[in-house]
Design a protein around this ligand. Structure first.
Ligand code: MG
Length: 505
């Protein structure tokens, strides 16, 4: 058995079956969030755990091992087509990770986090970090064990980062995040001293929910999302799910007293959804039918949500539509007032409510704490104190309670350690891509002002979306922008925009 074509064909058959099960898992998950009566949660957990066991068993099967062993031999690998090489690379990565971690450890982590999520919700309501602490202690201990099995170079945190963002490590992140702190902390102080504080109270009036939802559908169409091949629904936490080239689903959330909540969520998820619709349909039924990484995926959502969706050119085009929808509420508001109000910078305690200038410092805080915990430089019981100090030092605000401090995010309770940095990577990548777009499409802003989003969408599809998982995040960044990830594109973007809004120089 040495003909690479025959082996690849066998591998593709296996992958095809795996992908069908993965699609079924996604549809069950969608149904759970959107349609299912809550009484069925036990049955759904049973169904989903069995499907995920099937996928796991298919991945670590002796057949898969045999095929991958053959295809990863240098002499055979070199003969493969580019697409098949990527398929083997990615499957090999998943396979290696899956066999390194003992099933018992996975089971223990699943059980621990299932319980921890319930306790976290209670601890947050009761504002009691001590209640959650023993569970978090256990999660970090299991994650440290996991890192040992997976292996790492400098820090156990590297092993976890690699799960979410292949190729990323603490050495690179330390440098990127130090740069961000050095630039952003003094810049935020400068903004706070400005005499030109925008008003955003008009965004917090009462806005009809049905009208907001109609607008969200319209917005998606405007950006070029194909609603014939997708659905927009409502859920508590907005998310996007690409099931097939003909089935990309996304959700949004409305808040009757916050106009930009639904608009921002819809444009954000719309960015993810455009990515999913843009993946080359020839990659469907393979493991390459996916975004390149969480960071690259987030770069597309943040590019649309912040750079475009909170940008002046977009609102120059779209504000009349919005004003027409909410005639009474926005009658006295000018485009300038609206745009400035949308871009208020206000250091706050809660990450998900943060503006784009302060947002990344929330991520830096979580990263530093997670890394110190993994490296045993910080004890679980000292998290609230560390949290308060860092919030005070970086953002100038101090949480009075744990609920608005270390307990605010759900992520740790389900074991997502090493996940937060992908949010900031998304922001940095978005600015780096947009800098390149401005070079290659010099009249991009005039186009956006006229409501022409086609060129932007096609650029992103051609340069990023269509590739799916064919290229790693580093390869995409390098090919599109000619450089690895940098912070100065983001910093320049922020300063160019907010110097104008806050009349700074
Ligand atoms: Mg996102």
């Amino acid at each position: 058995m040495s003909n690479p074509e025959t082996i690849i064909k066998e591998l593709k058959n296996l992958v095809d079956e795996m992908q069908a099960v993965i699609c079924a898992e996604k549809i069950l998950a969608w149904d759970l969030e959107i349609n299912m009566p809550k009484t069925a949660s036990r049955e759904r957990a049973w169904q989903m755990s069995i499907l995920s066991k099937i996928v796991h068993e298919m991945l670590i099967s002796s057949k898969m091992q045999e095929l991958l062993n053959n295809l990863r031999k240098k002499e055979l690998f070199e003969l493969l087509k580019t697409k098949d090489k990527a398929m083997v690379r990615e499957l090999g990565r998943d396979f290696d990770k899956a066999i390194k971690i003992p099933t018992d450890l996975i089971r223990e982590l699943t059980e621990t986090t299932a319980q921890a999520q319930v306790v976290w919700a209670e601890a947050k309501t009761k504002n009691d970090f001590k209640l959650f602490a023993p569970h978090l202690e256990k999660i970090f201990s299991l994650k440290r064990q996991m890192a040992e099995y997976l292996g790492y170079k400098d820090s156990p945190y590297d092993a976890l980062l690699d799960e979410y963002e292949p190729g990323m490590n603490t050495k690179t992140l330390d440098e990127l995040f130090e740069n961000l702190k050095k630039e952003l902390i003094p810049y935020i102080k400068k903004i706070q001293c400005s005499n030109n504080m925008p008003n955003n109270t008009f965004l917090k009036q009462s806005y009809n929910k049905e009208k907001q939802l109609q607008l969200c559908n319209l917005l998606l169409e405007t950006l070029g999302f194909d609603l014939k091949k997708g659905i927009l629904e409502e859920s508590i936490h907005p998310f996007t799910m690409g099931i097939s080239p003909n089935d990309v689903r996304l959700t949004t959330r409305t808040d009757e007293n916050n106009l930009f909540f639904a608009i921002g969520s819809t444009i954000h998820e719309g960015g993810h959804a455009l990515y999913e619709q843009g993946i080359d349909s020839k990659l469907f039924k393979t493991n390459l039918y996916s975004g390149s990484s969480l960071g690259i995926h987030e770069s597309q959502s943040r590019l649309y949500e912040t750079i475009i969706g909170q940008g002046y050119p977009f609102w120059k085009y779209y504000f009349p539509v919005l004003k027409d929808t909410f005639k009474k509420e926005l009658s006295d508001i000018s485009l300038e007032e609206f745009y400035n109000g949308l871009n208020c910078v206000e250091p706050s305690l809660i990450r998900v409510e943060a503006d784009e200038v302060t947002y990344n410092l929330h991520i830096v805080i979580r990263y530093e704490i997670e890394k110190d915990l993994m490296e045993k430089k910080l004890m679980i019981n000292d998290i609230p104190k560390a949290w308060k100090e860092k919030m005070h030092n970086y953002l100038g605000v101090t949480p009075q309670t744990d609920a608005e401090g270390a307990l605010q995010d759900i992520h740790w309770s389900f074991g997502a350690i090493g996940y937060f940095p992908t949010y900031t990577m998304g922001n940095l990548c978005a600015a780096q891509f947009y800098n390149q777009i401005r070079k290659e499409i010099p009249d991009i802003e005039q186009k956006l002002e006229k409501g022409d989003f086609k060129e932007l969408r096609e650029y992103l599809k051609e340069k990023i979306h269509q590739y799916g998982l064919l290229e790693t995040p580093e390869e995409i960044l390098q090919r599109v922008t000619g450089e690895p990830l940098k912070t100065h594109y983001f910093i320049n973007y922020i300063k160019e925009k907010y110097n104008k809004i806050y009349s700074l120089n």
